[in-house]
Design a protein around this ligand. Structure first.
Ligand code: F0G
Length: 461
């Protein structure tokens, strides 16, 4: 990777969207009114929004031009065929089921394959994936390598699945109990960490050996491919698109939240390599929940932006700048002494809440306390991916089950902010660090049964 100061953004800015920073007193009032849950804040009250990199991308002139060519026919719109061609070209899969976003594709997939008391294997499922598995009274099982959850260990592919554990599980129970293997690339929940080509190849061989479909959750596949190119000697001279084609060749299908690497604001799809029977089954569910097979909950113009975004998202100079900006933020935070997940991931920097605020026990939600403090300090919105997002109350014991990690994710929207915004974020951390002993923890006062962090309410302790 070239050093960040040897190149500039591979685009110039044609249109701007004003953002303003509220004063400190207003921010304190607003976060209190929001029950200390940043999902309840109005976006206009946020200065730098790092809540998510999902759907927050800036589209290009080419994508906006494509929006004007939206064919809004109910059936058979031209833009669907453009998308189908783009997916066949970049991913190599023939059967495409558009959906309004990624979780809708997950809903269709789980409806097809998953039933009560089953277990769905994966390297590390994202929270909506887990939600869809649990909704079917099934269990998600994460088999990420041990290094994957060690924040300080430097491993180039921390998204890898533990192949020994995977084979053990596949041997233990048959397809009627374990219907599916899902590989999430990059692995969002432990820091946007990539899966290596070798790991995908071997996971694929095991899935074949034991007769289970392998599905890739490919929300951030382009970023994953960029890391493969950077970190695996064997792929240094291959193009991102060649790497992508090989990666997808090992699986039977994919679900995609296009709001990430396809550089759009809404959209998703489910695609299958060659299984027509699965495709027809998926379409039945798609028609009930999403819409007819050629639009699946999206307008023709959205399908066009998505088709074009898949090409732009796999361009090398775009990816260099994208990953370069996230890395810039991460490096500056390391220099400021902030404990972050290493190596720095693809779509954001993940801060270890427990070690940044060691005086707050996990039961008092250190990562969420840091989320609140970042808003108070500078109007920066981030997200907790730890105890609130992944912990849950065991229905049998009534006890809280804690995840190992308690992280704050600073997700960087694509093409939306400059490095100067990143500098403001670093400065906010420095100020918080100087007074961190006085920061107190939180307690949940309201929670939903599934995906509780979206709607939870908290009080300060
Ligand atoms: N899979 C992964 C790996 C994701 O990161 C997400 C969404 C989804 C599936 C679901 O897609 O939002 O389009 O329905 N992640 C967002 C995030 C919400 O902030 O990381 P969706």
């Amino acid at each position: 990777m070239r050093s960040r100061d040897s190149y500039a953004e591979p685009f110039r800015i044609k249109m701007i969207e004003p953002i303003r920073q509220k004063d400190r007193k207003s921010r304190d009032l607003l976060i209190d009114k929001a029950h200390y849950n940043v999902f309840n804040l109005k976006a206009e009250d946020v200065y730098i929004d790092l809540l998510t990199d999902s759907g927050t991308n800036a589209m290009s002139a080419n994508q906006w031009a494509g929006m004007m060519l939206g064919d809004e026919s109910y059936a058979g719109c031209a833009n669907f065929y453009h998308l189908q061609d783009a997916i066949l070209d970049i991913i190599g899969y023939k059967y495409v089921v558009p959906t309004h976003q990624g979780r809708a594709a997950e809903n269709i997939l789980m409806s097809m394959f998953v039933g009560e008391k089953q277990t769905v294997l994966g390297n590390m499922h994202f929270d909506t994936t887990e939600g869809h598995i649990r909704l079917r009274k099934a269990e998600p099982l994460n088999l990420i390598i041990d290094e994957g959850i060690m924040p300080d260990t430097n491993h180039p592919f921390k998204g890898n699945i533990n192949l020994v554990k995977l084979e053990k599980e596949l041997k233990k129970r048959g397809p009627e109990q374990m219907p599916l293997l899902i590989m999430t690339v990059t692995s969002n929940s432990n820091g946007g960490q990539p899966v290596s080509m070798e790991n995908m190849r071997e996971a694929s061989a095991l899935a074949k050996k034991y007769g289970r479909p392998l599905i890739i959750d490919c929300a951030r596949f382009a970023e994953n491919c960029y890391f493969i190119k950077q970190r695996d000697e064997a792929y240094r001279d291959k193009s991102i698109r060649e790497i992508a084609r090989e990666l997808f060749s090992y699986a039977d299908g994919c679900t995609m939240s296009s709001k990430k690497d396809a550089l759009v604001n809404i959209g998703g799809f489910l695609a299958f390599k060659d299984n027509e029977e699965w495709y027809e089954k998926a379409v039945q569910i798609q028609i009930c929940y999403e819409g007819f097979r050629t639009y699946g909950g999206l307008a023709g113009r959205d399908l066009e932006a998505l088709a074009r975004g898949l090409y732009e998202g796999t361009e090398e100079d775009y990816l260099e700048d994208r990953i370069g900006q996230v890395s810039y933020l991460g490096q500056k935070l390391i220099e400021a002494g902030v404990p972050i997940m290493k190596p720095i991931g693809g779509h954001g920097v993940f801060v270890d809440g427990k070690s940044f605020l060691p005086h707050i026990p996990q039961a008092h939600l250190p990562a969420q306390a840091l989320v609140v403090e970042l808003y108070r300090e500078a109007g920066i919105r981030t997200i907790e991916l730890g105890t609130c997002a992944f912990g849950y109350v065991d229905p049998e014991t009534g006890q809280e089950v804690y995840p190992t990690q308690d992280l704050v994710r600073l997700a960087v929207p694509r093409r939306a902010y400059t490095d100067r915004h990143m500098d403001i974020v670093v400065r906010a951390f420095e100020k918080i660090a100087a007074r961190k002993d006085r920061i107190c923890g939180l307690e949940i006062t309201y929670q939903a049964e599934i995906l509780r962090h979206f709607t939870a309410r908290y009080k300060l302790l």
